[in-house]
Design a binder for this molecule. Structure first.
Ligand code: NAP
Length: 291
């Protein structure tokens, strides 16, 4: 059995950042302002702040301007919507995101639908979601966009392939299924919690994408030989040997699945870095539209 190609999301993400940084340099040399991303974060959830710091560092790395808006977890939905409306109107802001999760008294759906679609660089609004199936795609949901970009840059064929996606959430599995259909021209199966006999589906996959959040869900016996395996799952599991006290685990049992896969993403270092790269790509796209 030959060893699989490890899909290096860190490298692809770095390549994308370099490409964007070059474009930003050019803009600045022409006397134009760089793209400007705003990030709203509510409350003090440690993991959310870590993710936001990653996004800020990425903005700095490519030369984007950024604005961080941090609100107490007691902020009302109404007040938060007011801030969103201000950002929608602000011509100096090209795109913005509201970091989730939000406190329980704030509806993610209410908030998302108040974001102007052309500034929705996470690609979460109904309009951007729906645009996946259009010939004029707008700002695509960042995580599935990142998965498609990995597949494209590794020149993995998708046309006519059996693509099985495990996980059907609004931010990962569901939009990815539409992208695989529309852009990838694959034959797509989407599995979720109520899917019966999961293995009978995953076993048929030429391309298997897993986005569930359950470490250990996908074992070797569930994967076809030479399948492409993309693991979106990212779960913090306790690990006393780490300084942080935890490590990140995917949904796929990497050590046993990798030897039979043709391509595989590690966790961390696979899909994760691509979500930030997609956010930067979307912000640049929003900037171009804004000008
Ligand atoms: P989510 O909203 O909880 O959705 C999980 C999906 O998995 C749902 O569709 C659920 O089915 C399905 N599911 C649950 N148990 C299952 C099972 N035993 N068999 C088959 N399907 C099952 O989670 P999410 O936000 O999509 O995130 C999923 C994972 O991806 C998490 O680990 C998350 O951290 C990770 N993620 C990573 C990135 C990144 O940047 N790398 C970005 C987004 C998410 P139902 O629809 O029936 O409930």
């Amino acid at each position: 059995m030959s060893s699989p190609t490890i899909i290096d999301g860190r490298k692809v993400s770095k390549d994308i950042k370099n490409e964007i940084a070059e474009k930003v340099e050019k803009l600045k040399a022409e006397g134009k302002r760089p793209p400007h991303l705003a990030i709203i974060i509510v409350g003090d959830d440690g993991a959310s702040h870590t993710y936001v710091n990653g996004k800020i560092n990425a903005c700095k790395a490519v030369g984007f301007d950024f604005t961080l808006m941090h609100f107490a977890s007691t902020i009302s939905e109404e007040k938060l919507i007011k801030h969103i409306e201000q950002l929608n109107e602000d011509e100096d802001i090209d795109g913005f995101i509201v970091q989730i999760p939000l406190p329980e008294h704030i509806s993610v759906e209410h908030i998302t639908e108040r974001i102007a679609p052309l500034k929705d660089v996470d690609g979460f609004t109904n309009q951007n979601f729906g645009s996946i199936m259009s010939s004029h795609q707008l700002l695509l949901p960042a995580t599935p966009f990142g998965v498609m970009e990995l597949i494209r840059r590794y020149e993995i064929p998708t046309e006519g392939k059996n693509c099985v996606i495990v996980g059907a959430s609004r931010i990962a599995g569901a939009p990815l299924s539409l992208m695989m259909l529309q852009d990838g021209r694959a034959t797509v199966t989407v599995c979720h919690k109520l899917t019966k006999d999961l293995k009978s589906h995953t076993k048929e996959a030429d391309i298997l994408v897993v986005a569930v959040g359950k470490p250990g869900l996908i074992t070797k016996d569930m994967v076809k030989e030479c399948a492409v395996v993309i693991d979106v799952g990212t779960t913090r599991v306790e690990d006393a040997s780490r300084k942080s006290g935890f490590r990140l685990a995917g949904d796929v049992v990497y050590d046993e699945v990798a030897p039979i896969a043709s391509y595989i993403t590690p966790v961390p270092g696979g899909v994760g870095p691509m979500t930030i790269a997609s956010l930067l790509l979307n912000t640049f796209k929003a900037y171009e539209r804004n000008h």
